[in-house]
Design a protein around this ligand. Structure first.
Ligand code: FAD
Length: 378
């Protein structure tokens, strides 16, 4: 194992950047994380974390706490959105660690606590980046600058680091939006209906994924996929309304009706994606997560892929060291590209677990048990 004391800058402290920071620091690397936001707020959204990610969180040391605070569904049910008929009942156990669903802000907060004190820098929006050949110069809005030996672009779908590697290109608007709402479970009690731990309601051209975000099941969450011809806003999301939801899901199952009736606040997010990138790194710069392979969120594996990337990149840097970044980055891409691209394409197609299929290729994957493929095998 090589842990040479060279510096690593990570741009973006999202779910992927935070994981990369914590894993690299635990492996002994000198890492700083630069985040554009002035602070993080508890955004109204939930997230799934499968056993493939829990295995990585074990290494970071946050798995137990996550399991304590999250809901642990035993199945992913797929149901017809109108009749309620079961289309599949997918067991989520048998992968060594539980499957969990949680509030996204709580997960992110937990990940941030795993970073070494003083290594996460807020209010640092990367503006310029220049690979000098012997190191990298980074300049942030407001004029602060720093240097690092290598830079990891974990800066999301509109990545500034990706732009440096490949030029500016807007992501593709998929023609779909996702509505997100958190619902107090108390409000659901008046309905004589069953609110299952993790269920996806499928319509002919739209769906609603629903699950609890807490271990005591006091907060329920839905996220939709609904066709919407064009995204006409500049912001990451806009407010939606109970009325808009009722219209989008008119005629759907009574459980969906009850969820909409119990909605206080709901937001609407455009779903963007990109085609697989021709390269994942150049010189001293490398990408991970949504900066590298953004996808529609329909497998609930986008963040999972960012976190798996972080684990594999750490393995490859441990194997070869920062000084031999070229070999490390090539090895990383060789060991991630096929899986990330497969997940990206299945997720974009929105077919995952609609029928009684075996998801072990996703959840049974243990990134630490994979023999490293040589870079030339890519
Ligand atoms: P991000 O989370 O986007 O983080 C990027 C970070 O970089 C941000 O903090 C940003 O502020 C920062 N940044 C950006 N530009 C700069 C800059 N110039 N300088 C400094 N910092 C910068 N995935 C799952 O695994 N499970 C799910 O259940 C799930 N549900 C989803 C539901 C919806 C509706 C959507 C839209 C996505 C969902 N995803 C889910 C996907 C998941 O949110 C993303 O794949 C994941 O957040 C990607 O992580 P990331 O760290 O690569 O990027």
């Amino acid at each position: 194992m090589t842990n040479d004391r060279q510096t690593i800058a990570i741009i973006g402290a999202g779910l992927g950047g935070a994981a990369a920071g914590a894993l690299l620091q635990r492996a002994g690397f000198d890492v700083h994380v630069y985040e554009q936001a002035p602070s993080f707020s508890r955004l109204g959204a939930g997230i799934h974390m499968g056993p493939n990610v829990l295995k990585i969180f074990e290494r970071i040391g946050i798995d137990k706490k996550l399991l304590e605070i999250s809901s642990k569904p035993t199945h992913w049910f797929s149901r017809d959105g109108i009749t309620g008929e079961y289309l599949s009942r997918i067991p989520l156990d048998g992968y060594g660690t539980p499957y969990c669903t949680v509030h996204r802000g709580d997960l992110h907060g937990l990940q941030i606590t795993a970073l070494n004190e003083g290594t996460l820098h807020f209010d640092m929006k990367l503006k310029e980046i220049e690979d000098s050949g012997s190191d990298v110069y980074l300049e942030f809005e407001g004029g602060t600058s720093t240097r690092a030996d290598i830079v990891i672009g974990a800066d999301g779908i509109n990545s500034r680091v990706r732009e440096t590697l490949l030029g500016f290109e807007k992501p593709n608007y998929s023609g779909w939006v996702g509505h997100r709402a958190l619902i107090s479970a108390d409000k659901l009690k008046k309905h004589d209906l069953e609110f299952e731990d993790c269920v996806k309601w499928w319509g002919p051209d739209r769906h609603m994924m629903v699950y609890y975000t807490t271990s005591n099941r006091d907060e329920y969450y839905y996220v939709t996929g609904v066709p919407h011809p064009a995204w006409e806003f500049d912001t990451a999301f806009v407010e939606s309304s109970r009325e808009e939801m009722a219209e989008a899901f008119s005629g759907y199952h009574p459980v969906i009706g009850a969820l909409i009736e119990s909605t206080d606040e709901v937001t609407k997010w455009p779903l963007f994606n990109r085609n697989p990138l021709p390269l994942w790194s150049k010189g001293r710069l490398v990408l991970l997560g949504d900066a590298c392979h953004p996808m529609k969120p329909h497998m609930a594996q986008g963040a999972a892929m960012a976190i798996e990337d972080a684990a594999m990149l750490t393995r490859c840097l441990q194997e070869n060291g920062v000084s031999d970044f070229k070999t490390s980055f090539a090895l990383y891409e060789a060991n991630r590209r096929d899986r990330a691209t497969r997940v990206q394409s299945v997720s974009n197609a929105n077919t995952f677990l609609l029928t009684q299929e075996d998801p072990s290729w996703v959840y049974g994957y243990d990134i630490y048990a994979q023999p490293l493929k040589s870079e030339s095998a890519a």
